[in-house]
Design a binder for this molecule. Structure first.
Ligand code: OGA
Ligand code: ZN
Ligand code: ZN
Length: 356
C-alpha cells in the first residue's frame, strides 16, 4: 500500500518505545537522528494497523490506521489556527445579534455558562459579565477564573479614573479613539478586562470594534492599503520613570498563509514612522483608510458600562474606545487587568473535556 506519506514524515511520527518516552509520549530522537536516505521498504495494513519497515536501518513502525488516515493528508491547506480570522465569527453590529453576556453568578456556578462565555471571547472576541461585585480588585478574580493575571509595570491591575496629573488620556474625561492596549509590549497582552466600579457620569460610553472584520473590509475595499499595513512595521513605545517599553510590529499582523491574526493600533503610543518620503505618504494613506473603516458606526458596538459590568476581550482583535464624559472626578471608575488567551482556551478545553 502507499498513502503517499513520505518516509521521513512516517518515521518522525513513529510511536514505538525506542522513538517515544513511554510515560510522556515525547520524542526520544532529534530530526538529525533520522537517516537522510530513509526510504519505505514495505507498508502493510492488517487489522486496523499499518506496519511500515524502513531502509536502510530496518526500523519498524506501527500506526493505527484511523490515526494515520486522519493525520496524513496530502493537502496544502493552512493548518487550523484558532487565533486567525478562519476560526472567528467576525461581526458588524448588525451581525453581532445578541450581546455575548452572562451573569457572574451563572458563570461561576454553571460550567455550560462558563464554557459559552469563554467561547464567546474566542469566537466573537468579547463577553460582558454582569453583576460582578463592584469591589476593588474583583477584576483579578474574574481573570483568575479562566487563567493567570498578567502582571506588568502597572501592577496586577490598573485604575481608570480622572487623575489630577494624568500621564495618559485614559485618566482624563476626554474621549479615547479605538485602540488596542499596550502595543508597546512584546508579547502583547492578548486579553484585557475592564470592570466598572462606578459610572454615574453621562457619556463615557464604551465602544468595541471587531478589528478582524475591519481589516477584512479594508482588504476587500483597498487591497493596497491592507498590504501596506500588513507589511509595514510600526514602533510603539511607552516611557515612564519606571518603564521603557517598545515593540515593532505591523498594525495588521498576518500568519504565514496571509490570514489576519493580530491587530495592533494605538495612536497614543505610536512612534514616528521612518520610511522613504513616498513610502511615508503611502503608509499614511493606508493608515487613514483603515482608521476610516474602524470609525464606521456600523462596526462599533456601543454600551454604557454600569457598575458591576466586566468586559473581557481579545486585545489582539477587538479594539476598544470610549466617548468623553462629564461629571466630577470619582463618578466614573474602572479597574482593568490583562491576561493571556492561550490560558483561557486551555480552561475552555478542560471544561469541555469534563462536560463531554
Ligand atoms: C484604557 C481604556 C477605556 C475607558 O484604560 O485602556 O481604553 O472606558 N479605557 O475608560
Ligand atoms: Zn520507532
Ligand atoms: Zn485602552
Amino acid at each position: 500500500m502507499d498513502l503517499g506519506a513520505p518516509a521521513v514524515w512516517l518515521r518522525d511520527n513513529c510511536s514505538c518505545p525506542s522513538c517515544r518516552h513511554p510515560g510522556s509520549g515525547q520524542k526520544l530522537f532529534a530530526i538529525g537522528d533520522i537517516p537522510e536516505d530513509l526510504r519505505i521498504e514495505s507498508m502493510v495494513e492488517t487489522g486496523g494497523q499499518v506496519r511500515v519497515r524502513f531502509t536502510p536501518d530496518g526500523h519498524e513502525s506501527r500506526f493505527d490506521a484511523v490515526w494515520l488516515r486522519r493525520w496524513w493528508s496530502a493537502t496544502d491547506a493552512p493548518p487550523p489556527d484558532d487565533r486567525t480570522e478562519d476560526a472567528k465569527r467576525t461581526w458588524t453590529v448588525r451581525k453581532l445579534g445578541d450581546v455575548p453576556e452572562a451573569t457572574w453568578a451563572a458563570y461561576q456556578s454553571d460550567p455550560a455558562v462558563t464554557a459559552q462565555a469563554l467561547e464567546d471571547v474566542l469566537r466573537v472576541g468579547f463577553v460582558i459579565l454582569r453583576d460582578v461585585e463592584p469591589r476593588d480588585g474583583r477584576v483579578l478574580d474574574v481573570a483568575s477564573s479562566f487563567g493567570f493575571v498578567r502582571n506588568t509595570n502597572y501592577g496586577p491591575l490598573f485604575d481608570v479614573r480622572i487623575e489630577p496629573d494624568p500621564t495618559n488620556l485614559a485618566f482624563t474625561a476626554l474621549a479615547i479613539g479605538p485602540h488596542t492596549d499596550n502595543p508597546y509590549r512584546d508579547p502583547v497582552p492578548t486579553l484585557q478586562l475592564l470592570h466598572c466600579l462606578t459610572n454615574a457620569a453621562s457619556g463615557g460610553d464604551t465602544g468595541l470594534i471587531d478589528g478582524f472584520r475591519a481589516a477584512a473590509i479594508l482588504r476587500e475595499e483597498s487591497p493596497d492599503a491592507f498590504e501596506t499595513l500588513a507589511n509595514t512595521a510600526v514602533t510603539f513605545r511607552f516611557r515612564s520613570p519606571d518603564a521603557d517599553l517598545q515593540a515593532t510590529r505591523p498594525m495588521i499582523g498576518l500568519d504565514p498563509y496571509g490570514r489576519i491574526r493580530e491587530i495592533r493600533i494605538n495612536n497614543r503610543s505610536m512612534r514616528p514612522v521612518r520610511l522613504a518620503p513616498a513610502a511615508t505618504e503611502h503608509f499614511y494613506a493606508a493608515y487613514r483608510a483603515f482608521h476610516a473603516v474602524l470609525d464606521r458606526p456600523e462596526l462599533r458596538f456601543v454600551t454604557h458600562m454600569r457598575a458591576g459590568d466586566c468586559v473581557v476581550f481579545d486585545n489582539t482583535r477587538v479594539l476598544h474606545a470610549r466617548t468623553a464624559f462629564d461629571g466630577p472626578p470619582g463618578q466614573r471608575h474602572l479597574q482593568g487587568c490583562y491576561a493571556d488567551i492561550d490560558g483561557l482556551a486551555s480552561t475552555l478545553a478542560l471544561i469541555r473535556r469534563n462536560l463531554a
